[in-house]
Design a protein around this ligand. Sequence first.
Ligand code: TR5
Length: 133
Amino acid sequence: MSEETAAKEAAASGAASKGGPTIFDKIISKQIPATIIYEDDTSLAFRDINPQAPVHFLVIPKHVDGLTQLSKSEPRHEQLLGHLLFIAGKVAKQEGLDQGFRVVINDGAQGCQSVYHLHLHIMGGRQLTWPPG
Ligand code: TR5
């Protein structure tokens, strides 16, 4: 069974995915509204509900929950990771972030992750500072 078929069956049955369902699963299934600015078969981009910059959106995979799960998984996930970054750049351009932007992945407790479904933060539209807190 393909990853996508498994995810569809899990969603249809209401079963939890490996890491347990998160709010982002409900955004993917359109149970909860979000301002979606890009979508394809494997990824979704939507505006962050609590923006930290004039432009702040998230890019998520539809069928994989976590970076750790993903990086320990099959080599084809390398392609998915590349795709997410590619989409981050594509949507950043679509959003007019010509002067630059930041891509962040918070992973795990020390990474300050709050939603346990892999997501790339893309922030721009103002001068950002470094290092982050
Ligand atoms: O802290 P991490 O890196 O896990 O980032 C989680 C991000 O999800 C935060 O920047 C939140 O503001 C964002 N977030 C949380 C919710 C949410 C959202 N972005 C869009 N729509 C959201 N809905 C509908 N519900 C959330 N709980």
